[in-house]
Design a protein around this ligand. Sequence first.
Ligand code: BG6
Length: 508
Amino acid sequence: MTFIALSSGALHFAENLEFGVANLIPVDPFDLIIFGGSGDLAMRKLLPALYHRHNDGQLPAGSRIISVSRTPMAREQFVLLVRKAIEEHANAGAPGDAWHAFAERLHYVDVDALAPQSWDSLRDLLEGHEEKIRAVYMATPPSLFGPIAQGFAERGLMSPDMRIVLEKPVGRDYPTAREINDAVGRCFPESQIYRIDHYLGKETVQNILALRFGNSLFEPLWRREVVDHVQITVAEQLGVENRIDFYDDIGALRDMVQNHMLQLLCLVAMEAPSSLEDDAVRDEKLKVLRALRPITQNDAHTSTVRAQYQAGAVDGKAVTGYAEALGRQSDTETFVAIKAELDNWRWSGVPFYLRTGKRLAAKHSEIVIQFKPIPHSIFSESSFTTRPNKLSIMLQPNEGVKLSIMAKQPGPGGFRLQQVSLDLSFAETFGATYPDAYERLLIEVLRGNPALFMRRDEVETAWQWIDGIHAAWQARGQQVEAYFSGSWGPTQASLLLDREQRAWELGT
Ligand code: BG6
């Protein structure tokens, strides 16, 4: 049996594995330095992810996790915080025997990245460890990415095998993204810079590659002659919670579309790369981003919807609206729907409808490839009308692939058609629980494989398209619409498709 596994240099296929189980190849000894090391991302995602990899025996002896933040704190206190975070977020039960060995790896130093003298303790900790892989993870506001990179360069803390990881968002628009990329790029070559989009680490997102390029079946169908349109929905039930002040400056377009949604679009729309090596996939994704037709002031009102959640009920529980939680009125969107179009031969005339929002009816992410209707029906009206085929790639929470086809209802008399699905649930088929995206991405950083990370040109091209939409909204004074928490978004989002005699798969 074959199953996709990851190893140094590229994503590749590992032979002779038991069905459903990818092999775990240990990484080389490393020092992972996490700036923002006591922050939300580190505690909720990064440290639990590392704990899982440690539990699976993937982290070699001598490897250290060095958390860096501005708050002075004793190592023991930090270790207790991490233990609590792991109990809460690692889904691994109470930390068992493996915990003590994991705790030994943990170090904590307080550094103010902007204060030159405060780097001494970090320098002391790193001295003499130059032969190991050195990875610096910046889980900080993007304004610190440049100064931290410079801090390493100026203090001679570079090691031959060094990697710099930038958490999203890289900037808030094209000019700020360029500034950050320039600042980090002055200290490190592009090959050492890893820009995270955690969607690329999700197992089911990678399965898009397996589906498209591991099967010959779909390629002839994957084009404008056969596909009517594509829908990409990333719906969340959570509101913006305790990130509201940060979020209010960002909004859904920058928070979700610039990165996650566009990356999904790229994986669906790109041409077949020649391999899965570092740049091959990224080159193809870049071509898609460059083919995105700009949305202008003239078509923003027919191609985009922006909206904000009001009070309502999610899963039967009453919740407050965005503005109430913020304590003031705001024009920030928590929902966005976009009709995107690609100006290239494969996809010309095929709309890609993107939709994402917070406080929606369900947590549900799905890509739907909607095929064209049959050209002529041989069935009588009483057979029920045929429905076009569709392929649904379910990303979360129930990962799988579903192909809807028409079938004859069983029975001796008459000829009645019914839509049924060929349904593949990954959980049932592989019986495996999926690692969190950050587990995979951290291991890829340590292996030195940048294929699953965004290259500078991808990030900047995506920002240019997003900036165009922002500019169009501003020029038109396009207001945020309202939607109830617990709904599928504003009616305007349904109209976006309704106008073109189409409908969202979910929630209309
Ligand atoms: C993050 C966004 O990048 O992705 C959040 O900043 C969002 O606002 C999150 O909630 C969604 O990720 P996931 O993995 O839960 O779909």
